[in-house]
Design a protein around this ligand. Structure first.
Ligand SMILES: NC(=O)c1ccc[n+]([C@@H]2O[C@H](COP(=O)([O-])OP(=O)(O)OC[C@H]3O[C@@H](n4cnc5c(N)ncnc54)[C@H](O)[C@@H]3O)[C@@H](O)[C@H]2O)c1
Length: 334
């Protein structure tokens, strides 16, 4: 019988210095959960609603939750998203809540996200996946993992969603994903693109570990428990959601995923920062084009002709000017 220890006491919560080392020990490929079924999307605004629709279209049992009754009502009426009455029994929690101050879109604020995490912490079953899709400051994913007492998987899969080109640049486009631990990333990859392959991201570890699945130790929450034996000899338990048959599969379970191509990174902070840098880069490109346009207007120069001439150079790509720089993503992330 393996001795149980909490993740917190068994593994000090600090990231190792090598880029491919995480705090928890690695899992074998075959120990990744086979299926997810019940999904809760929290935050049903501009981003969360299309996410919820997409999740439902992919065949998952999709539920939603929003503090705004109006947003919840819209999701129920326009997309038949079921309202979650509690936060228990979900396999995946997708967090799409706003991350700026309600009264000031230029200032980041993640209190709302943390209040949701507190609720998940109290009600969720062991081993579920919490995927943060909101834009978040560096360090948020690890903080969330700690708030969940290290008993749920935490990943960050930021968005590149663009309202004006939803078909080409909507929910399903190449996205970056990072996990707080290796197992978190593997579970996230399984959910998002249906694989647990990771381009070799997870292959190296400074502390070798052995991992044993103890099938007899499945808890009442329908999770299987994976025992990770640390280099110090302690045993830690991580629960993974057990496959739940869908309505279309009877005796054999069918693996379904979101079918989104993902680019995994070895550190969750890299995923967090990619989104901020993408937005900062975009902000610079747009503001440069806008300033150049104003300069041309003030100096009687044909902007269109200047732009066309500049863009003949192989490494120059000046954008078209539109309505200035703004929106509720770019200012706060820059
Ligand atoms: N909209 C985009 O184009 C876009 C693109 C990429 C990333 N993002 C990021 O996605 C996140 C959401 O953006 P959005 O555009 O959907 O914002 P939004 O304001 O349209 O929607 C956010 C929703 O979250 C809800 N909410 C806020 N706090 C909550 C809480 N504590 N519990 C439950 N619901 C809560 C709000 O009521 C609202 O319906 C942000 O972090 C944003 O930066 C947005």
């Amino acid at each position: 019988m393996l001795k149980k220890a909490t993740l917190k006491s068994a593994v000090p919560y600090t990231r190792a210095t090598t880029t491919t080392t995480t705090n928890l020990e690695s899992m074998n490929e075959q120990q990744i959960p086979a299926q997810f079924n019940k999904i809760l999307i929290v935050g049903l605004g501009q981003l969360g609603l299309p996410v919820a629709k997409y999740v439902k279209e992919r065949g998952f049992d999709a539920y939603g939750y929003d503090i705004s009754p109006k947003a919840m009502d819209r999701a129920e009426k326009t997309a038949a998203i079921k309202k979650a009455t509690d936060f228990g029994e979900f396999d995946v929690y997708i967090l799409c809540v706003s991350t700026h101050k309600p009264e000031d879109m230029f200032s980041p604020q993640i209190d709302g996200l943390f209040s949701i995490v507190e609720r998940i912490s109290k009600e969720a079953k062991n081993g579920a996946l919490v995927s943060i899709e909101s834009t978040i400051p560096k360090g948020t994913s690890k903080k969330v993992f700690e708030m969940l007492n290290h008993r749920l998987h935490v990943a960050h899969a930021p968005h590149r969603w663009y309202a004006l080109e939803e078909k080409e640049h909507g929910v399903n486009q190449l996205r970056v994903v990072g996990g707080v631990c290796n197992c978190c990333l593997k579970v996230a990859l399984q959910f998002y693109d249906g694989s647990s392959t990771n381009n070799g991201i997870l292959s190296d570890h400074s502390t070798p570990a052995s991992t044993i699945i103890d099938d007899n130790n499945s808890n009442s929450n329908n999770s299987s428990v994976t025992h990770h034996i640390t280099s110090t000899g302690d045993t830690i338990d991580i629960s993974l959601p057990t496959p739940t048959p869908t309505s279309t599969s009877s005796s054999t379970s069918t693996t379904i995923s979101l079918g989104i191509p993902m680019h995994p990174v070895s550190e969750v902070e890299v995923a967090e920062i990619t989104k901020i840098v993408e937005n900062a880069d975009r902000y610079l490109q747009i503001s440069f084009a806008e300033d150049l346009y104003l300069y041309c207007q003030a100096n009687n120069i044909n902007f269109g002709e200047l732009r066309e001439a500049l863009n003949t150079k192989w490494n120059v790509n000046i954008l078209e000017p539109r309505d200035g720089i703004g929106g509720h993503c770019l200012p706060k992330d820059f």
